[in-house]
Every structure is written in structure tokens, then in C-alpha cells.
Design a protein around this ligand. Sequence first.
Ligand SMILES: Cc1ncc(COP(=O)(O)O)c(C=O)c1O
Length: 462
Amino acid sequence: MASPDRPQQPDASRTAAAAAAAAGEGHEVAAPGTGSRALLPPTERFATRTAGMTASEIRALFAVASRPEVVSLAGGMPNLAALPLQSLASEVADLVDVDGMTALQYGSAQGVPQLREQICEVMREEGIEGDPNDVVVTVGSQMALDLLTRIFVDPGDVVLAEGPSYVGALGSFAAYQARVVHVAMDEHGLVPALLHEALDALDRQGITPKFLYTIPNFHNPAGVTLAHERRPQILDLCRRYGVMVIEDNPYGMLGFTGETHPALRSYDADVIYLGSFSKTFASGLRVGWALVPPLVRDRLVLAAESATLCPPSFTQMLVSRYLSHHDWRSQIKTFSENYRERRDAMIAALETYLPEGCSWTVPDGGFFVWLTVPEGVDTKAMLPRAVTARVAYASGTGFYADGFGSRQIRLSFCYPTPERIAEGVRRLAAVLEAELDVVRTFGASARTELNRGPQTPSPDTT
Ligand SMILES: Cc1ncc(COP(=O)(O)O)c(C=O)c1O
């Protein structure tokens, strides 16, 4: 539709017909740009699939939320303070000095061979025996997710995902016009009986989902971990119904108890496994990977080539050097200890400050706590008031494709100091108390707003 503040566009079909008549042509002319699209200027004629792309609500508030006086419990930014920057600086200098002609050049679309071997060594920690030939290095695991959706999903295809699920995955699913069916979790992760129900219901409608997308460890945003005994059950169900499994595991090594959870991929070589150096090393390098069966690999590499030609040689070679020369296992341990300290601060503050009727998950690793607030509070509508009170969070609706989550909040404990976390939760508690006062006085509808669908990922909400 033409907007009121823009000069009216000439009606293209009438103009073409007039031109044809003026030229004395008696037959119909197919004018370029006819139809309703012609009412829009060329730079606004977006593909239909972009309609599913919406910005996160916290991004809309970003200018305010990123002010230093606001405690942000919204973002999933890793805390890099523990990185050995001085020795990384000499590693970078050495990389340019010694290997500059390769590091600054295009490389293989599948990724640097030596790094692919090292990635297999990293995955061995979680019981995976992978072949470097089946590893595809991507620009973060987000790119792997996007490309896998591109090569598997036609518009209208069903994909299964936990409810709630990772906002970046939902963004890719929306971009390729998938229909997301959520399966609920409890405190032990995805519930096999509910997965069975969903598969059965779809089967009765003649629908086979393209895949199950799952985050088994230290879930983003739910903070829960899939119980070990459920892992083979979920794989059995998916096998029985002919559904592929995509296991997304960026937080798996960031556990707080010293326990490593066996990857789903360690039970079944047909599982597609996604890994990343974003949380265990440095997110700005944008190095992630997919471990895939050979047939999938060939398609994935073609899709990757069309997206980026090849992943950056420079950052891959830097990661490779880091893995060779540094004690990366100790570094991960240091990161985990920092995150555990922050988790403890958040849980203590929630217990101290939050009003009656709130409940939350207690994660054994990763970055996130999932908070449920009392009935009547709409966390999305409350967000601007929270930011005004100098605390930011990610409201639950962004983590569902179907508008659920208005009573939920994702709280990140990864970035602020323990003191700031405690202060942020204290401020959030005050906002919640005020909100509950309104609900008690005027009823729940006073605080209800329409929900929105999935959002595109951004560093402020991932
Ligand atoms: C569950 C999950 N998957 C994938 C990603 C993407 O990570 P990256 O692209 O940095 O590897 C994230 C980032 O926050 C995440 O939480």
C-alpha cells in the first residue's frame, strides 16, 4: 500500500495501456511491474518469507537498555574477561607473520582441514567419534542452523522444537516458512511422552516433521538439561517416526558440576550435531560447525558456498592455533567457574527478592534461568517499565513461535558481575510487585497485550 506521506505512484498498468494506445497498438500489452506489487516502490517489494522476520523487543529498546545504569539480564553475551588476551595477541601476530599468505586468503568451503581434525578431538569429550571429513565449519553455529533449514525445509513443512526454544533457530525456521510445533519440557528437559504424542498426532494427519531441533544441555532459554535416560528414548521415537534430529550444543562443556553429558550424536551417527567456539572461546571469531552424515555434508557445503564462498580462513586458523598452543580445557573450566558464581548470585537474589508465586529453573550449566511469574502479569508489556526501572530482560514470547510465553522471562547471568546481577533482580522484583498491585486492583486484563511471533536473533537476545 502507498503510504500517505509518499507521492502517489502512477498506476503502471494504466500507463502501459495508455502508452500502447498512443503507439497505435490494438493488442493488450503485458506491462512490466503490473499487479499489486507495482503499488510498492521497488525497494519495498520484499519476498513473502521476510514477513516472518521481526526484531527482538529488547533490540527496539536497545538504546535505553544499553545505558550503563541499566542492568541487562537480557543478553546472552559470553563473559570474555577470563581470556588470556596478551598471549592471544602474540598468537595473532604470529599467525600473520608465519601463515599470513594462507590466513588472509580464501580457503576451503568445508573449513580448514586441521581445525576439522581438532574439532573431532573437542567432540570426543562428549563421547562423539566423528570423522573430520564429515565436519563442516560455519560462521557460528547459527549459520549451520540457517543452512540446514534452507536445505531441508520447504514452506509449510513442520519442524519440532522444544517449547520454549532458541530465538535464533526460530528466526531461521520463520525465514524459511516452516511451521514450528513445540514440545514441552519439564525440569529434566524434553518429555518423551509428549514428543510421542506430538509425533502421533502429526502422523494421524499424514505429516512427517522434517526434523526435531533440540538443545539437550543447559537449554537456551529454559536452563534445563535432558536426563540421560531420556536421550535414547527420544532417539528411538524419532527413528520410529522417520524424523531427523538436529542436536544444538553450544553450552555442553559449560557445566557447573564437572559432569559431561553424553551427546545424542554419541548414540546415533545419523544425528546432526552443531557445535560452536562462541561460548567456550570467543564469540566474535564466529567459528562454529556441523557434524553431519556424508550425504547431508555435500548439500550443506554447496549451500555454504552459495552463502559465504568459504568461512574466514583467518579466524579458523586462529582457533586452530589456540587449540594447539593453549590449555583450552582449563580455560573452559575457568569460564564455567565464573558462570557458576554468577548463577549462584542470581539464584540467591531470586530467592531473596522475588514476590510469592514466581518460580524458576536452577541450571547446572550454561547462561540462563527461566522465570515464570504469577498469572495476570504480561512480561512483554512489562518490559518498557522494567527498562525505565533500569533492568532489562528477554520476555518469554520471543522463544515461542506461537505466541506463548507471556508469563515467562529469560534471565541471563553470564555477563554482569554477581553484584550487578543481585541489583538487577532486586529492581526486577520491585517492578513485578508494582505490576502485581495493578493486577490485584484492576484484574489481569489491565496488563495483557497481544503477543508477537518469533524474532530474528541479535547479540542482545541470543
Ligand atoms: C542454543 C544456541 N544455538 C546456537 C547459537 C548460535 O551461536 P553461534 O552462532 O555464536 O555459534 C546460540 C547463541 O546464543 C545458542 O544459544
